[in-house]
Design a protein around this ligand. Structure first.
Ligand code: IPD
Length: 264
């Protein structure tokens, strides 16, 4: 069995290479490949190319592992390790030339279902910002060589981030959630990349993050970063189509959970 540390090194190496490919493709010219479920749910040629690179490297270096990717789906492996990959998290930012996008790669055990997996290793690389966030289970979370820790809550409230689903019919519920949580916030951000939002919670740049309806590849790596930085990540309403992910240090996490209407 490979150690979490070795899986982390591999994830970091591939994330760097994949991120550089995404950045080069963006500066060479942007190609929108398709819209998916809605106008906001887009995929670029780069998303597909970057995922193909990640998958090929994992196939070569870890044959037998499972794979779940945003663009190409995947399948179970035979080793007990599954890679959960978002080739470009923050695709709308990417398409518009905003820097807040990243490659997100996680190794988990227990299969590709977030209700039962256990994250082992994670790498989130933001190529324009030049930042690499990594974590290995039991080994802490890191930004390059600096160890990360979530913030403890400030009396005036936290700097929080959220995101909105791509399906317009979900926006009323998302806005109601924001109204419920705002009294706990110093201010609110919508960064456009769940993996980076979670990395920033781990780094103490945000106090907390909440969003409904994320896909496994959006939060697999970022969740390990937060827990290894001393924070808590939970998913509420996992039986619903849009579970609510909440990530923060323990006191703020409890307060966010306490104000939410679980039925939205
Ligand atoms: C999206 C981003 C966004 C979040 C969406 C995700 P994508 O991922 O993480 O911040 O609000 O829910 O789907 O589509 O850019 O990979």
């Amino acid at each position: 069995m490979t150690s979490a540390s070795q899986l982390k090194e591999l994830a970091a190496d591939i994330a760097r290479e994949a991120g550089e490919l995404a950045r080069l493709r963006r500066s060479a010219g942007f190609a929108l490949a398709a819209t998916k479920s809605t106008l906001a749910d887009i995929v670029t040629e780069a998303d597909r190319e970057v995922e193909a690179l990640i998958r090929a490297r994992l196939d070569a270096e870890r044959p037998g592992d499972g794979f779940l990717g945003e663009e190409s789906g995947g399948g179970d492996g035979t080793t007990g390790v599954t890679w959960v990959v978002d080739p470009i998290d923050g695709t709308v930012n990417y398409a518009y030339g905003l820097p807040a996008y990243c490659v997100s790669i996680a190794a988990v055990e227990g299969g590709a279902d977030p209700n039962s997996w256990r994250p082992l290793a994670a790498a989130v690389y933001a190529p324009v910002l030049g930042e690499l966030f990594t974590a290995g289970r039991g080994e802490g979370a890191w930004l390059d060589d600096a160890r990360l820790a979530v913030t403890s809550e400030t009396p005036a409230g936290g700097l929080l981030a959220t995101g909105f689903g791509y399906d317009p019919s979900t926006h009323d519920g998302d806005l109601l959630t924001v109204r419920q949580v705002m009294p706990l916030a110093r201010d609110l951000r919508r960064g456009g990349s769940a993996a980076l939002d979670l990395s920033y919670v781990a780094a103490g740049r945000l106090d907390g993050y909440f969003e409904r309806g994320l896909s496994p590849w959006d939060f697999a790596a970022g969740s390990l970063l937060v827990t290894e930085a001393g924070g808590i990540v939970t998913r509420l309403d996992t039986a619903s189509a849009r579970p609510m992910l909440i990530a923060a240090g323990a006191p703020l996490h409890a307060r966010i959970t306490g104000v939410l209407d679980k039925e939205i």
